[in-house]
Design a protein around this ligand. Structure first.
Ligand code: 13P
Length: 255
């Protein structure tokens, strides 16, 4: 599973260039690939779907479809200026939602209580895949309390319909910094996350865990070859269609 999180980047011209760069560079694949553009550009991706349909015919029905997702959702609707309700994403056939991103936690003061409300609102929605981001800050990492921080952030999983939830481990200090943990350390943390969620889950479900934080087409292979890394959530490197396609292709050849 490879997801592009464009954050508050991009524009109409960029989408056109990105689309042709991506299509010209991406090989057929049989796993989940998604893009979460800024919400105002979501409908512009119909062009991308059209082009990918054409390609599907040329590639012996290998899966080409790209899922479109929400970078965040509001847990409610009505008198909430600036918010985008889940049912509005449903109207556009949106397939997945990211919640709990560290930028939401930091800049918009989102805490476990609010994230839990989003989880409950998403459980019954038509957005099939839900991605919960967790991760420790540099200070927490330095103090050696990463696992405690993650365990606290994972307290919300008791509200989840776990079959459709994926966890994204994104160390805050790795986001946009060019720094990453050692792949072996990422693998160990992913195993820890799977164990914590499995022990919380009524039917012992083990979630998929993606890694995010300064993933590029240069370092992606070192993460994807680790056993417990089930994909990547890509920020900066996903803004270039060719680079994002390279990451998708690397995942295809390593998993
Ligand atoms: P970067 O890939 O730019 O570090 O961002 C990661 C991220 O926050 C994805 O959600």
């Amino acid at each position: 599973m490879i997801i592009a999180n464009w954050k508050s980047n991009g524009g109409l011209m960029m989408i056109q260039d990105w689309t042709s760069d991506f299509i010209n560079s991406c090989s057929p694949k049989d796993f989940y690939v998604g893009i979460a553009p800024p919400v105002i550009y979501i409908s512009d991706f119909s062009l991308l779907e059209w082009d990918l349909d054409t390609l599907e015919e040329r590639s012996n029905n290998k899966i080409w479809d790209i899922k479109i997702g929400a970078q965040d959702v509001d847990h409610s609707s009505g008198s909430r200026t600036g918010a985008v309700a889940i049912k509005m994403f449903e109207d556009f056939g949106i397939d997945f939602a990211i919640i709990g991103h560290s930028e939401r936690r930091e800049h918009f003061n989102e805490d476990n209580d609010l994230i839990k409300q989003k989880i409950i609102a998403l459980n019954g929605s038509n957005l099939k895949t839900k991605i919960l981001c967790i991760g420790e800050t540099k200070e927490e990492n330095d103090k050696g309390i990463t696992k405690d921080v993650l365990k606290n952030q994972l307290e919300v999983v008791d509200a989840m319909d776990l079959e459709n939830f994926i966890i994204a481990y994104e160390p805050v200090w790795a986001i946009g910094s060019g720094l990453t943990p050692d792949p072996k350390d990422i693998n160990e943390i992913h195993k820890y996350i799977k164990d914590v969620v499995q022990s919380t889950s009524a039917n012992n479900l083990v979630p998929k865990v993606m890694y995010g934080g300064s993933v590029t087409d240069k370092n992606a292979e070192s993460f994807f070859t680790e056993q417990f890394v089930d994909g990547a959530l890509v920020g900066g490197a996903s803004l270039n269609g060719k680079t994002f396609a390279n990451i998708v292709n690397i995942y295809s050849s390593t998993k």
